[in-house]
Each structure stands twice: as C-alpha cells, then as structure tokens.
Ligand binder design. Structure first.
Ligand SMILES: O=P(O)(O)OC[C@H]1O[C@H](OP(=O)(O)OP(=O)(O)O)[C@H](O)[C@@H]1O
Ligand SMILES: O=c1[nH]c(=O)c2nc[nH]c2[nH]1
Ligand SMILES: [Mg+2]
Length: 162
C-alpha cells in the first residue's frame, strides 16, 4: 500500500482537466484541431470528456488496458484496441495519470504518432507523457473521486496519540 494519498475531488478534477485542455489548445496537428481523442479506459474517460468538451472535439475513441487490480500492478493487457486512431497521427491520447509508465509504454507502442497527455504524473512515468498538469511523488497514491466517498473521520485528539 502506498504510504501517502493525494485525494482529488470532482471539482479539482474538473479544474485540472480544464487546465490540461488549455495546455493542449495549440498542440493539435499543424496547430489545428485534433483528429480525435483516445481515452484510455477506464481512468481516462472522464478527463477525456472534460478535455474533448473544452477543445470542441466530438470524435472519441477508446483503448482498454488493464494494468492494475486495485493497488496491485500486473502484466498490462490490451483488452480493446483503438482501431479508428491507427498509428495515432493527429490524435490526442488521454489518461488520468501516469505512474510507472507501464500503460503509457503499451499505448505508445500501438500509437507511436499520437500526443499523449495525462492530468497527473509521477516521476517514473513523466518521460512518457507529452503534456500533463500536476506532478506528485512516486510514493503517493492518487485517490480519484470515483474510487472514494465522504465518510466520518475521528477527531485528531482521538487518533494522534502515539
Ligand atoms: O503508469 P502505470 O503504472 O501503468 O499506471 C497508470 C495507469 O493505471 C491506472 O489504470 P488501471 O490499470 O488501474 O485501470 P483503470 O483505469 O481501468 O482503473 C491509471 O488509470 C493509468 O491508466
Ligand atoms: O487510482 C489510482 N491512483 C494511482 O496513484 C495509481 N497509480 C497507478 N494506478 C493508479 N490508480
Ligand atoms: Mg487506467
């Protein structure tokens, strides 16, 4: 289990997703619009929706790579390719985050000409990403709003005695 958590709310994800869209504004093929967006499911689906809305892009393809079972990393498996995107030329590939870069490597091998963007990045995966918004340390586990819910937390005075 990762030693620390970085909790992301829906509002923060929306804000960070829009910040990513700003960074991608002029990076389309020849400075023009993207041919389409490829969302890496499942984590990339909501960032893809936010960015596609901001960049006025209606073409959304998906690729499904299964790498983790909760916090356990396994061998990455492409269970659905992004056929419409070909080698990725002119396409924007989006994921929620890059961690070890395992998923990014698999996707880049399939779509070497695509622009690869994530909202969050950890140091080990950062070199595989063309554009991202926020970096967190390698030992941080990012907690997304779809994986969490609000619940009672005991007062500090009752939990901080050591
Ligand atoms: O850089 P890596 O070490 O490969 O980790 C990053 C990937 O791991 C998570 O996906 P996950 O495999 O948990 O699937 P999910 O998006 O369906 O939850 C995350 O959404 C990224 O796609
Ligand atoms: O929800 C997640 N948070 C993370 O930090 C992470 N790293 C790989 N896969 C991940 N999934
Ligand atoms: Mg994922």
């Amino acid at each position: 289990m990762a030693p620390r958590y970085y909790t992301v709310s829906w509002e923060q994800l929306h804000r960070d997703g829009k910040a990513l869209a700003w960074r991608l504004m002029d990076k389309g093929p020849d400075g023009g619009p993207w041919r389409g967006v490829v969302a890496i499911t499942r984590g990339g689906l909501i960032p893809a929706a936010i960015v596609a809305r901001e960049l006025d892009c209606r073409i959304i393809e998906s690729i499904s790579v299964v790498t983790y079972d909760e916090e356990e990393r396994g061998k990455p498996q492409v269970v659905k390719p992004a056929e419409a995107a070909g080698d990725g030329e002119g396409w924007l590939v989006l994921d929620d985050l890059v961690d070890t870069g395992t998923t990014a490597k698999v996707v880049r091998a399939l779509m070497p000409k695509a622009h690869f963007a994530t909202v969050y990045a950890k140091p080990a995966g950062k070199p595989l990403v063309d554009t991202f918004v926020t970096e967190v340390s390698q030992d941080t586990w990012i907690l997304f709003p779809w994986d969490t819910e609000q619940q009672f937390v005991a007062p500090i005075a009752k939990t901080a005695k050591s």
